[in-house]
Every structure is written in C-alpha cells, then in structure tokens.
Design a protein. Structure first.
Ligand code: OXD
Ligand code: MN
Length: 590
C-alpha cells in the first residue's frame, strides 16, 4: 500500500526527535494547547487577527501603513538583559571572563523550576526554523518552543520558519533546541541560558528581541559561534553589503559594530549624489556566518531573513530604503502613535506623537515618545536594495572586513591593519560607547571585541585563536579595517557626516583591497591621506578631515595600556600571537 505523501504528514510526525522533545516540554510546562507552526501566510494572518482581537497588536492606519501593526512590550522588558544572560559550559574557563557563567546542572535546575507549569492556560507554539537559505549547506536549523504568538510572528519574518525547516531537520537530525516562555515578565524571574555543549537555549521572563527571538542572538551568535569553532567557520555580529562601483564590479564587505551603531544604515546605504554610478546591495544587517571557501576566500551568508532594526532616527535622509521598507507589512514594537494612528518616533521629522510607547497621552516630561530601543520587524524582501545574491547557497565572497565602534575621541575615521594577525588585534581592541540596545547605562565606553562582547558563546581568548587559525587557512583573505563614524570635536560636534557619505571610506577600502589606493603608514596601521579619499562634493572642512585622519600618539599609548590591562584577565589562554601584535603597536608608538 502506498504511504501518504511526505508533504501532508502532520508536522508532529515529521521528526521523532523534535516530537519527543516537544512532548517532554509539554509535560513540564503544561500548556492548554500545542500548535505546530506551518509557516504559511494564512497561519500568520490568523495569529495576527488573534493578537489584534486580544489587544496585543494594534493595527496602524491602513491607508498610509498597510498591514502594519504596533506591539507594546511590558515597560520593564525593553532590551536585551546582558547581566541575566549566561553561558553554561561544563568548565567555567570555557565560557571565559567575557561571559556570565553558571554550572549546567544548577542552571538546568533553576530553569526547570521556572518552566514548571508556566504555560498553563496558554498555547505552546513549536517553531521549526532554518538560519540561512533553505538550500544552503552553510545553513543550520533550530526549533523554538514559545508561549508567545508575538514571538512566532517575529520568527516568521526573521527566519525561514515552518514545514520546510522541519523537513530539513527530519532529514539531517541536527537542530538547536530553544525553549522560551514569557513567564510573568518579572525582571527578577528572568534568565537567558545557553548550553552550547548541548545545543540548547532556555529563556524565561522576557518577550523582547534578542531575549526571546531565539534564532537571533542566542542561536545565530552565541550557540553558532561555539559550533563554528569546532567546525572551522565564524559566526559574527556583522552586516554584509555588496558595493558595485562605476566600473560595474561588485565587492562584498562585512562589518562588525556594536548594537545600535548604524549597522542597518550602513547595510542599506544610499550613495551620495556626488558619487554617481555606485550601487549598494544589502545581504544582511546584523549577523554573518563566514566560511573559508575552496578558493581560499571567505564566503558569507546572512542567517536571517528579516530585520529587527532600531526605529528612532530613521528618516528619508538617514536611511531612505529603511524608511520606505517599513511603510508596509511591518511589525513595530514600542514606537509612539500619531493622532491619525500612524507610527511615530524621534528623528522621523514629520507628524507628531499623540500617544507614547507605553500607550499614555504623549507628554515630553515622560521622556521620548518612542522608546530609544523601539524596533521594526520586517522581511528582507521589503528592502528595495535587497541583494539578488543574498540567497545564494554558497554565500558571497568577502573582500574586506570592517570593525568599528562609537568613539568620541582616539579612533580615527579609518585605518587598515597590516595583515590578518594584526587585524585580529584591531578587531579585539574595539571599544564603544554603550547604547539603548541593552539595559544599563548609555554612553559609557566599554570594550567590545569584534562587537561580540554580548554574543560570543565561549572564551574570547579561544575565539581570537580561532580567528588567527581561520586566517591561516585563507590563501586570499579579506583585508581588515577599523572605522569610527562618531568622532567629535571638543564642542561635541560630529566631525564626519556619516550615513551615505560613509561610502567614500568603503570605496577607499575596496581600492586598497585591489592594491590601487594610496595610504600612509602609522603605528596603528595604514590611513588614507586626504588625497587618497574621494572627497568631491563633500561638505567637510579640510581641518576636520585632517583631524579625522590624525593618530594622536599619546592618546594611543594610553589606549594600548588600557587594552593590555583588559587582556590580562584572559591570562595564559591569550594567544601569544595577539600579545606579539600588541607589543608591535606599542613599539611603533615609541
Ligand atoms: C540587535 C542588537 O538587536 O545587537 O541587533 O542588540
Ligand atoms: Mn545586533
């Protein structure tokens, strides 16, 4: 007798391994119902309607923002919580000083207590997902179990979610387990736990962003970085952008910046009018998985399929593509609303808020109308600049990797490392002023190596060694750079206009990678001279350009001293090669 065609098998029967796990979680959390997510449009429409009915989603003005919704989070739950995020490896040393650590048995017991019966009266959603294009050997799979329909909607946009992913899991047998419950949204009963040795994530007590959309920071960075080390690749907090020059050549750049430092804007850059013939394509805006290719180059995929971007500041001048892209089919979280039911945020430059992000009548005395970490969730396909190669199974070849931070002083506009090993030091030495993307004080400088401080799932010392090892495998490695778009003068004025004008700096990098552009050698690396940059039509005073390209020896000596102190906590695990590189910089600084 013929068996039923594969496609109509109920989801719950596709993968016994997933079904067994769901059953054990059902037993623990005791939901009223279990819903396996197909990932179909009609399923998403239905869930959306359900959330509209319950008041958890507000439909925005249909004429100006078709199919757009607003969700308001609990006011105590508005950002990632790094102090409640743990990496639970068997040996504490493997998590490293860069992570909060808890013994796996202790963490499992704590979480078991929290999860016990937590879904009573709620629906348990099973969300199978694929990180990366469905047909790519570089993609990896996961299943998130959650009791939040809002999380399901976000996962639908941010990952390839549903039946095809579950079919791949059934075929390959390997997936990351992510268990999530919003719990009581009590900050005192909130933990984001990672068990990289077991490919397991457990998150309780938050429904927000990186705490709850487990495919993103938890899987695609913390667990994936750990996995990537054993498998010989890199999982990085990087955008990926394609740049086509007026000669018609396209090169790809990956760039690592701390959260809320403009990765989405750079990934969607619009060339300034004074640079005709350039075109920019977005491959990804937040995460890159980088694999050494058979040709000795580094190839990148974006594991995500949507953007969970910071809203404030988005306007036609800062990011035209994002401004257009979020005018339809977008889920907003924690923005304000105008009297005629349109979303509103600081920096929008049009309209005015009637209701703030907490749903109160807007009163400036209560602070910003939109929360500074308010977000849009939107499909990458909405982006007018979405790269035609973003879904290529082999990824795109990377010509340059850029590290950067938000620094008022010290770091010049741009510099290039001497070679890969020196570039690893440059990446490791990234420091940046903190932003609203995580809870805590905003604007204080903290070390954020490779922009991975909150996201590296293992000891940074081992991670730097892994970076060095990857470089040694590449016969044609990308060139490594550092940028700082945020340099200010003594009055606090930004010296560089940023946004589209950043293309001038990227263009110099690509010319360097091609061996064509000039530079001057300094103790910290190669910097362009003003004449090496295309500054035509740029409204920046020559003195400001000089300042942007100045290496202040004394400030750098103290920077190196600070960094050396920071590195000391990694003790004997620190790669000798990294220390040698630092010694080299110090020697050259004199
Ligand atoms: C993000 C972050 O949401 O880095 O991308 O916080
Ligand atoms: Mn990020």
């Amino acid at each position: 007798m013929a068996t039923a065609p594969h496609a109509i098998l109920p989801l719950s029967r596709l993968s016994p391994a997933v079904a067994d796990w769901v059953e054990s979680v059902r037993h623990l959390t005791q939901p009223a119902a279990v819903h396996w997510c197909e990932g179909s449009e009609s399923e998403i429409r239905q869930l959306t309607a359900q959330l509209e009915q319950s008041g958890e989603l507000l439909r925005l003005d249909e004429k100006t923002f078709p199919n757009c919704h607003l969700a308001r989070s609990n006011p105590q739950d508005v950002a990632r919580v790094e102090h409640l995020t743990f990496v639970c490896t068997r040996n504490k040393e493997d998590a490293g000083p860069n992570n909060n650590w808890m013994a796996p048995a202790e963490a499992r017991a704590k979480m078991r207590n929290l999860f016990q019966g937590c879904m009573k009266g709620r629906t348990l959603y099973v969300v199978p997902y694929c990180m990366g294009p469905l047909n790519s050997p570089l993609s990896r799979y996961g299943v998130e179990i959650t009791d939040s329909a809002y999380v399901v909607l976000n996962m639908y946009t941010m990952t390839r979610m549903g039946r095809p992913a579950l079919e791949l899991i059934a075929r390959t047998g390997r997936f990351v387990k992510g268990l999530h419950s919003t719990g009581e949204l009590d900050p005192n009963r909130r933990f984001i736990m990672h068990f990289p040795e077991e490919l397991l994530i457990e998150s309780y007590g938050s429904g927000y962003g990186g705490n709850a959309l487990l495919g993103k920071k938890c899987h695609a960075l913390r667990i994936a970085s750990f996995q990537a080390r054993t498998e010989g690749w890199l999982a990085e907090h990087m955008l990926i952008v394609g740049l086509r020059n007026p000669r018609g050549e396209t090169h790809y750049v990956a760039a690592a910046f701390p959260s809320a430092c403009g990765k989405t804007n750079l990934a969607m850059l619009i060339p300034p009018d004074s640079m005709p013939g350039w075109k920019v394509f977005t491959v990804g805006d937040d995460i890159a998985w980088l694999h050494p290719g058979p040709d000795g180059r580094l190839w990148a995929i974006n594991p995500e399929s949507g953007y969970f971007g910071v809203v404030p500041g988005t306007n036609p001048e800062t990011n035209r593509n994002a401004y257009d892209m979020i005018r339809h089919d977008t889920l907003f979280t924690n923005v304000a609303v105008t009297a005629d039911n349109q979303p509103w945020w600081e920096g929008l430059k049009e309209g005015k808020p009637a209701t703030d992000w907490q749903g109160r009548p807007y009163d400036p005395a209560n602070g910003p109308a939109a929360h500074p970490n308010s977000r849009f969730t939107v499909s990458a396909k909405n982006n007018p600049g979405y790269s035609p190669h973003a879904e290529d199974p082999q990824g795109v070849p990377i010509s340059a990797i850029v590290f950067g931070g938000r620094r008022r002083t010290v770091a010049p506009l741009v510099y290039q490392s001497r070679d890969w090993a020196h570039g690893v030091l440059v990446g490791a030495s990234v420091a940046s002023e903190t932003t609203a993307a995580a809870t805590g004080q905003v604007g204080v400088v903290r070390r954020d190596p490779m922009a991975m401080q909150p996201f590296c799932g293992y000891n940074f010392a081992d991670y730097w060694q892994h970076w060095l090892d990857i470089g040694a495998k590449l016969s044609n490695p990308p060139k490594l750079f550092h940028v700082n778009w945020f340099r200010r003068d003594e009055q606090g004025r930004f010296l560089w206009p940023g946004y589209g004008e950043n293309l001038r700096v990227l263009a110099w990098m690509l010319e360097r990678a091609a061996g064509r552009a000039g530079a001057t050698q300094t103790a910290i690396g190669s910097l362009p001279r003003p004449e090496d940059l295309n500054l035509a039509g740029l409204n920046v005073a020559a003195a400001d350009v000089q300042e942007l390209l100045r290496v202040d020896q004394a400030a750098w000596r103290s920077e190196v001293g600070e960094f050396r102190k920071y590195l000391a906590q990694y003790g004997s695990r620190l790669p000798a090669k990294l220390t040698e590189q630092l010694d080299g910089v110090e020697r050259r600084l004199g």
